[in-house]
Design a protein around this ligand. Structure first.
Ligand code: KG4
Ligand code: ZN
Length: 348
């Protein structure tokens, strides 16, 4: 089966073509245009700008994707597009493009949940569908921090989530406090590597009897720490910044890994996935790898770096499973659902 996919839920315009069957998966072509240089000037994503920038990019990107795969529209079996969650005006650009192509090319249309895409990104890197259930995914991005129980592909339950800020959002805000550009995650990670004495911040919600997270208190602790230092010596030194970044990263990673470890035990998890932009974080990847080395009954599926941040390859992967079940949507009915929760029906 060949799936063509489109992703425009935030600030990446992305298209991909996936070839998949019961033996394995292969990405035949994958294109990503990142708008990050534009949004960096504003210190964060500006939704209306994101939507507008998708418009001139989407058709040339589709053209390039088919050329690279050496395929034409008649070769594909279905079109998958991100239906939500995300920025509504940005989602609409991808959805309208996909529904028009579905109509003109006479190909079935699939609406994919963006968070399900992130869950599947580790599977995409694995290349085949031979995994053991129950599985768990820690989805950590700029908008979400979720522990998702995967009973089978397509059957999800959120067992824990953030009660306030998403962890990626927190990385971005701490970076801003340290005078680092958007997106903050990679910047924090880079300077944390230069730390000599990481500051000891308390990891939040370590001792609560659930799988939820909270990051706003940690963000506030960093803010007060920075303000106090600035009172003393006005401008932070590079060394101080590195120690703060490492301390924040350590505390955030510690609670993510701790709650994951508890969930592995509570649900007898056999396969662990991570997804979302923060899954690119080296400390998080290495701590989870060490955790799984001790949990020999569980296999870890880490996505390659290019599948951590938003991309259409993961949307094609999730679309494939829906196509197998003929879970299609009419082009005249599909709508953007900016708050669509994984494991639930899309709002129509
Ligand atoms: O999944 P994603 O591309 O977009 C959303 O759906 O939100 O995630 C973007 C987030 C940003 O907050 C960014 O700072 C964070 O992922 N991020 C990282 C790293 N790379 C990206 N956070 C920590 N460490 C990284 N290396
Ligand atoms: Zn995302």
């Amino acid at each position: 089966m060949i799936i063509f996919s489109i992703e425009t839920s935030c600030d990446e315009t992305s298209t991909a073509i996936l070839q998949a069957d019961d033996h394995g998966f292969k990405i035949l072509s994958h294109k990503v245009f990142s708008q990050i240089d534009t949004h960096t000037q504003f210190g964060g994503i500006v939704p209306e700008v994101a939507a507008r920038l998708h418009v001139p990019k989407i058709l040339p990107l589709i053209d390039e994707t088919f050329k690279e795969a050496q395929l034409s529209s008649t070769d594909i079996d279905a079109i998958a597009v991100t239906g939500g969650p995300g920025l509504v005006t940005a989602l609409i650009v991808g959805i309208h493009t996909a529904r028009m192509l579905s109509y003109i090319w006479d190909k079935p249309l699939i609406s994919v949940n963006h968070m399900e895409g992130h869950v599947m990104s580790g599977l995409l890197s694995h290349g085949k569908d031979e995994i053991e259930f129950p599985a768990l995914c820690m989805t950590v991005s700029g908008g979400h921090t979720e522990l998702v129980l995967i009973k089978s592909w397509g059957e999800y339950e959120i067992i824990g989530q953030t009660r306030d800020d998403a962890v990626g959002e927190c990385f971005d805000k701490v970076a801003k406090m340290l005078g680092l550009p958007y997106p903050g995650g990679p910047q924090i990670s880079r300077i944390a590597g230069l730390a000599t004495e990481p500051v000891e911040f308390t990891p939040p919600m370590m001792h609560t009897d659930n799988f939820d997270f909270s990051f706003s208190g940690l963000k506030t602790s960093v803010l007060y720490y920075v303000r106090n230092l600035e009172k003393e010596n006005n401008v932070l030194t590079e060394k101080q910044k590195a120690n703060i970044a490492a301390g924040f990263e350590n505390a955030a990673v510690k609670v993510l890994v701790h709650k994951t470890k508890r969930a592995l035990q509570a649900y007898s998890i056999k396969s662990l996935f991570i997804g979302g932009g923060v899954a690119a974080n080296k400390t998080l990847r290495s701590e989870l790898t060490q955790l799984i080395e001790k949990h020999t009954s569980c296999t870890l599926y880490i996505p390659q770096m290019s599948y951590c941040t938003d991309n259409a390859a993961m949307i094609a992967m999730a679309g494939y499973f829906k196509a197998k079940n003929k879970d299609y949507i009419s082009p005249s009915v599909i709508k953007a659902d900016p708050t669509w929760t994984i494991g639930t029906e899309q709002e129509q």
